[in-house]
Every structure is written in C-alpha cells, then in structure tokens.
Design a protein around this ligand. Sequence first.
Ligand code: CS2
Ligand code: MG
Length: 402
Amino acid sequence: MKITDAKVIICSPGRNFVSLKIFTDQGVYGMGDATLNGREKAVATYLQEYCIPALLGKDPQNIEDIWHYFYRGVYWKRGAVNMTAIAAIDMALWDIKGKMLNTPLYNLIGGKSREKVLVYTHANGKDLSETLEKVGEEIENGFFAIRVQSGIPGITHTYGVPKDNKPYEPAQKGLPHEDYWDTSKYLNFAPKLFQKVREKYGEDLLLLHDVHHRCTPIEAARLAHELDPFHLFWLEDPVTGELQEGLRHIRKHATTPIAIGEVFNSVYDYTTLFTEQLIDFVRMPLVHGGGITHMLKVASFASVFHIQTGFHGATDLSPINLAASLHFDMAINNFGIQEYMPHQAIVNEVFKINYRYDKGFMYIDDTPGIGVDIDEKAANKFPYEMACLPVNRKNDGTMFYW
Ligand code: CS2
Ligand code: MG
C-alpha cells in the first residue's frame, strides 16, 4: 500500500482550522487535525514544504515507523509546530488503518473500556453572580462536571470570560491584543467564587478551574490550599509547566488534584511530573501531543503513577481531534475526563461529525477510522484570516503569561 498524495486544508468556519488529508493507492484517505491556535500557517507550511514530500510513496500501514521518521528523523526535535504536524500525520494514518480494517479507531487501540465518555464544559461569567447563573445553565444542559471561570473585581478583562456574551474564542483577528492581570486580586477572589458555587449547588457537582499558567509555585500552593475545602475535581495549569519541579510546592500544601500540559507536546515535558506524582491529570491533547501513537505511550507511562488523562478539548481544536480523542477516551483504562466546548454550528457545515453529547457524556459511533470528514466545497466558503491569542501584562506593564 502506498501514500500517493496529501494536502493541507485551511478553513475558517467561525475560527481557523488546519486539516491534513492523506491519499493512498487503495482509494482510502485519512484525516488529521493540524490546528495550532494563532500559529496555523506555521504548521501548514511545515507540512506542505517538508512533511508531505517525504510521505509520498511510504506505506501508510507502517504507523510506528512513520511516527519515528518524523520524530527521530527531524534533527530539530519537539516543539508545538513539529509535534502538531506529526500528530496530524499520525491521526490520518490511524484513520486510514481503521477504514481499511473497517473498524472504529477505539477497536484498534484496545476496544471499549466504557460505553460513554465523561465530559466537562465551561461556565464563564463577567462577575460572580453571572458565573453562578451560567453554572446553573450548564447543569440544566445535563453537565455535572463544569469548569468555572469568572471576571475578577478590579481586573478589566480576564482569561476565560468572553467579551459581550459571544461564544468564547480567545484568538482575535490580527496581531495579539493585550490583557492586564493582577495576581493578588485573583488570589483573593478565587476561593470566594468556589465557596459561593458550593453554597448554591452543593458538594456533588464536579468543579474544575483553570489558572491558565498565572501563578508562581508558592502562589499556586496558597491557591490550591485555600481551594482544598471546596474539593475541586482539578485545578488546571496552576503554574507554567516549563519548571516541572515547581509543582512540588503545591503538593506540600494541598490535596486539590492538579491537571497540566495543554501547551505541552512531548512525553519529556512530563517525566518529573509523573515520576514524582506532582500531577493527577494529563492535559496534552492528541493534536499537539504527537498524535495517537505518542499519546498511547504517554497514557501508559502516566498509568504507572495513577495519573489519568483529561485531554484539552477547546473549540480551537478541530472536530477531527475531538473524535479521535473520544475514541482514545473510550479505549484506555486510565481515562479521567474529556474537555468538551461545543463547536459553533457553522463548524459542522464543514466537518461531518460522528459523535454526540447527552446528559454529561459523549458518545462516538462505529464509523470506521476516526469517523470525521470534511466537506471541502463548504470549507472553501470560509477562507483563513490571521488571528492571534492575546498577550498578558501585569498592571505595571511587565510581560506575563496569558
Ligand atoms: C483553555 C483553552 O480550554 C482550556 O483549558 O486553556 O481554552 C486555551 O485558552 C485555548 O485552547 C488557547 O487557544
Ligand atoms: Mg486550559
């Protein structure tokens, strides 16, 4: 069997997406997600200029060998662009394998460990009372795992809260917008927020919160300790993950579970975090984490340390990634939870999906392979337009983490 061609499809149904389509001499093609929010053209160019020419003629059945060809064979290893491109190739090859064997992806990676996939969604409000309302709305929608983010008194605009009630989309057209941040206001407010959520909705609701990389290790230790009484399901990205040892401070002061790594792209980003059991959930998604082949290794490594998956699933990851993630979530034993921010309806004009949501869980059907396809004619109606994630400064103007 041979790869005969491949192409990159960039489209923008509501937001930018990059997809890879790999064709074979058996008439079967595979789809992979190559979307990297704010850096779409970097991945597209890397695939078009360097990866696709090297793919032609290869046997698409040899997934492991091709993965290593593009990992070990690339001298300048790792990094978000490189690993997203590898992920797209890997997803497309698994998609082809499933189609050739006429079986859904989850069957190729161990079969069903469960019948449905626990998901969490986002509740965001401009202030505490609106946030409490939004939590109630998502409970009405059947969710019982909810990520809670709120505007913070004294901070004009913060992460996770959409402007003027539009669907949350962090990337904005053109060059990065600038946000401003005040850690002390945030640290004083966050425990009050969760106290109110617990008072209003009780103890059983699974609550998640995303710090979005914005504390120092000791600040994160204070926050996690002060959130302990509210029994969060997880506290996400409490600190920036480059310094893995930094997470040790949190473990010394708190039992709140920690989730980290949506911006990671390699197993090596996790080695200390796993072996010292500094975290509880792996956020690194298939699309930025080198695809199914790599993430199967990462998930197995994590399972040795009782660490579960909790894949990133924001709307800036495409339906191809979400479907592949749901197959993965169905199959592995140490699945924890899946992020699910429903894509806008316009996205489904382009991406033909094979999954559905019902009362707090997601279900994927038995379409062979990953099961998502692209209507290329529809895709052409939504041309790419550059959009970037914001940058974030402290109030004194110091560059900080967004
Ligand atoms: C967030 C993301 O969903 C999350 O946990 O961290 O929405 C993140 O801000 C975006 O994916 C960035 O593009
Ligand atoms: Mg996050």
